[in-house]
Design a protein around this ligand. Sequence first.
Ligand code: HEM
Length: 143
Amino acid sequence: MGLSQSTIAIVKATAASAAANAEAITTRMYEILFETHPETKEFFKDADPDQHKKLAGAVCVYAANIDNLGALSKAVEKMAKTHVLVKVQPEHYPIVGISLLSAVKDVLGDAATDEVLEAWKEAYFFLADILIAHEKELYKQQI
Ligand code: HEM
């Protein structure tokens, strides 16, 4: 099932404001993630100190292409490969997603209305499902 038209419209309408605040949002996301789920720190122990910029970049590219997801297939491939190398599992996606949405709320304040947060939540889990499906295939190929 695809994303609803209203989600696409809201994500597109708020993509520029998310892009302008992307680094602040992802920096805050890691703070929340590591505070609420310290066990996830292990994943990032060898991570590039600029990791938050990569995630921010990915979120911006995704938001800008929300109605043209075919443009993202190469980026999705790369993310999935990296995730499989560090052994990310499907159950980690909700943890990261909730941390990301809390960070959006903290950084955007009143601009992050319930409607906006709901649209971004739907969009995040849509992308998460695409990544999870790719990663499942890659894990299978490793056996
Ligand atoms: C929709 C959700 C997600 C997006 C958009 C995303 C995006 C990205 C991107 C763009 C990269 C860099 C890939 C590269 O350049 O090779 C990356 C790497 C990584 N991601 Fe994700 N990610 C997501 C979910 C997760 C989850 C759930 C985890 C689990 C905790 C995770 C952990 C990592 C780790 C550990 C790296 C490698 C960091 C490094 O070594 O530099 N990601 N992710």
